[in-house]
Design a protein around this ligand. Structure first.
Ligand SMILES: N[C@@H](CCC[C@H](N)C(=O)O)C(=O)O
Length: 336
């Protein structure tokens, strides 16, 4: 027997699997199959999730562990901001350390425990970096050879401006009005750019954002490898950076930006240590369920309700109380 955790950051839901607890860690192919089975609400448990976060040993000295991000469709992403907060919390509980680094696909990132957002709503801050703008780093092609910052891109959508940035997973951002944010445009564009298309050949996370005032945004994301999510941490960090770059009169560097999303709220602080931008993403790291599961079921990608034992924590009730205490600037249906 081993344990899985069901967790979320702004209701961007994941399962955490600590490979270091297993007699035999899952091979890459097994991890991909498990993510597909477990995250699908039809075949998985607890309504599925947006991804599987695998915690493994770091392959060099320094970081406490390594996080791998497997999207619901089995593809692997280089980073996940909401997920990193939940892995940071898991490692804090496992080791007692409250400030450390975690290895991700390309870089080691700093994480630190924060003051609880409300009773039983733990919070963590995580570093989001590196920030890259070149077409090769996303990648995108056929849309100009220069960086894309608040540009009209008629190939994508005639009347919207776009910013493309990798953090280091790829993001495409547009500032829109509330009607456009709620319209079908985001889903259509997200599906197109994450299917066979000539522009974003590895797919891209697409976010639409509405200005709410100085240092305040609402962000909705269609995620690569997932579809619509309640929140995308790297997406909100990338959008806050785009906000600072394109609307400096409304968004300040080195100050918290409140970013509301369908699943709650986070804060992002954008820093510019010349010549590099980097962001801090601060938000909840909630554990909703502890699941006892047979190790063989993980290898076989067959984790089903009647063969596991769940223990629900009281943290989701506390999280719901917390978000009900927040302003709700825009209502978008929640994904369950
Ligand atoms: N939800 C995540 C991002 C997960 C990876 C993304 N789908 C990708 O493929 O890049 C976040 O909170 O950052």
């Amino acid at each position: 027997m081993t344990q899985l955790l069901k967790v979320h950051g702004s209701q961007n839901h994941f399962f955490i699997l600590d490979q270091m607890l297993l007699k035999k860690p899952l091979a890459d192919k097994e991890l991909r199959r498990l993510a597909q089975q477990l995250c699908d609400p039809k075949t998985g448990i607890l309504n599925g999730a947006d991804g599987l976060l695998a915690v493994t040993q770091a392959d060099h000295p320094g970081p406490l562990a390594r996080m791998r991000v497997i999207n619901a469709d089995g593809s692997e992403a280089s980073m996940c901001g909401n997920g990193l907060r939940t892995v940071a919390r898991y490692l804090t509980q496992k080791t007692g350390q409250t400030s450390f680094t975690i290895q991700t696909m390309h870089v080691d990132l700093r994480v630190a425990k924060q003051k609880d957002l409300a009773p039983n709503v733990p919070a963590f801050a995580v570093e989001i970096s590196p920030v890259l703008f070149s077409p090769e780093s996303l990648p995108f092609k056929g849309l100009g050879n220069e960086r894309m910052i608040n540009d009209y891109v008629p190939e994508l959508q005639p009347d919207l401006r776009f910013t493309a940035v990798a953090v280091p997973n790829p993001h495409l951002i547009s500032f829109v009005d509330e009607t456009t944010l709620k319209s079908d445009v985001l889903g259509q564009l997200g599906r197109y750019l994450n299917g066979t298309n000539p522009y974003f050949t590895d797919g891209v996370n697409v976010s639409f954002a509405v200005f709410l005032g100085p240092n305040r945004l609402f962000v909705r994301t269609f995620e690569r490898g997932v579809g619509f999510t309640n929140a995308c941490g790297t997406g909100m960090a990338a959008t806050s950076l785009a906000f600072c770059l394109t609307h400096p009169e409304q968004a300040a560097l080195d100050q918290p930006i409140d970013v509301f999303n369908p699943g709650g709220k986070v804060q992002v602080i954008v820093h510019f240590d010349r010549p590099h931008y980097w962001m801090e993403l601060i938000g909840n790291a909630t554990v909703t369920d502890v699941i006892d599961v047979d190790e063989e079921a993980l290898h076989a990608a067959h984790v089903v309700t009647d063969q596991v034992h769940f223990e629900q924590t009281k943290e989701q009730a506390a999280y719901v109380d917390y978000i009900h205490s927040l302003p709700r600037p825009i209502n978008v249906n929640l994904k369950h």
